[in-house]
Design a protein around this ligand. Structure first.
Ligand SMILES: Nc1ncnc2c1ncn2[C@@H]1O[C@H](COP(=O)(O)OP(=O)(O)OP(=O)(O)O)[C@@H](O)[C@H]1O
Ligand SMILES: [Mg+2]
Length: 259
């Protein structure tokens, strides 16, 4: 579904992404790992249209999507989760979800005046959809809770929920499991797996927790110093000398992460 060709993103003289090439297969849950500073988030930002590449190409189903802005990619079904912005923290979980789809008729005053009935219909469809999503994520009991009052992990479920309000094809997740307790991590993992099998979502996820990656992802791609170092199953990655070397080079904390 996604093909990244010799991608570069430099900041001044610094090569954060330095000739990265990789593929994300349709229907996969692809893991992206690597030491801190490897360029993973920068790569995601370039793919998702948040950052312009210095050079290189990104293709989606064969179409060149390099440098397209996030809202255009959104309509193509390519989504990246974002933290819930401050402005939305005083809105309920349900309202947060209802904000997601673009192109509603209620957006302009003219439309509001012309098509009251249609708006009401769309709103009730949106409400239904939002409630389905909350149910899917097992957080129905939080529907009227302000997003700002959720725990870190519950917020991450809600962020995942926003990708379900539209027909996403591929979702990029940057450390959804970071700082989340085991129980909630399992809930997030289950939601990702179900979205993959039941709704056909393709995922690419950055994560430092190798157990979490190992449970969900195949293949796993390892990045180091801005490019792809290795790709394979979790056991292949863990046994790969170059990968161990890359993690060792960044200190003991990372070594423990990979072994
Ligand atoms: N806007 C920027 N300006 C300058 N340097 C940047 C910028 N964004 C990222 N970098 C640098 O690029 C490198 C890669 O950063 P990036 O955030 O992509 O790494 P990462 O693999 O996601 O790391 P982590 O696992 O710690 O999240 C880092 O050395 C970082 O300091
Ligand atoms: Mg990062």
């Amino acid at each position: 579904m996604i093909r990244v060709e010799n991608l570069h993103r430099h900041f001044g003289g610094f090569r954060a992404v330095d000739g990265a090439s990789l593929e994300i297969a349709t229907g996969s849950i692809t893991g992206l790992v690597g030491p801190n500073g490897a360029g993973k988030t920068t790569l995601f930002n370039v793919i998702a249209g948040v950052l312009e590449p210095t050079s290189g190409r990104v293709l989606m189903d064969g179409e060149d999507i390099t440098g397209l802005p996030p809202h255009v990619l959104f309509h193509k079904g390519l989504l990246r989760t974002f933290q819930i912005a401050h402005e939305f923290s005083s809105m309920s979980c349900r309202e947060n979800l209802m904000m997601v789809p673009g192109g509603q008729s209620g957006e302009t005053l003219w439309n509001a005046w012309m098509h009251r009935a249609r708006i009401a219909q769309e709103e009730s469809a949106l409400l239904k959809k939002a409630d389905e999503v909350l149910d899917f994520l097992t957080i129905s009991h939080l529907k009227d809770e302000k997003a700002g009052n959720l725990s870190g992990g519950q917020k991450k479920l809600l962020e995942l929920g926003r990708t379900m309000m539209v027909d996403a094809k591929i979702v990029f997740l940057d450390e959804v499991g970071a700082g989340v307790n085991r129980t909630l991590l399992n809930t997030i993992g289950d939601a990702i797996q179900r979205l993959n099998t039941e709704r056909g979502y393709t995922f690419c996820m950055i994560e430092h927790d190798m157990d979490f990656i190992g449970r969900l992802c195949d293949p796993v791609i390892v990045m180091a110093e801005g490019h792809v170092l290795a790709e394979g199953s979790i056991s292949e990655i863990k046994a790969n000398e170059a990968v161990i070397e890359a993690y060792l080079g960044t200190g003991l904390k990372n070594k423990e992460a990979v072994t």
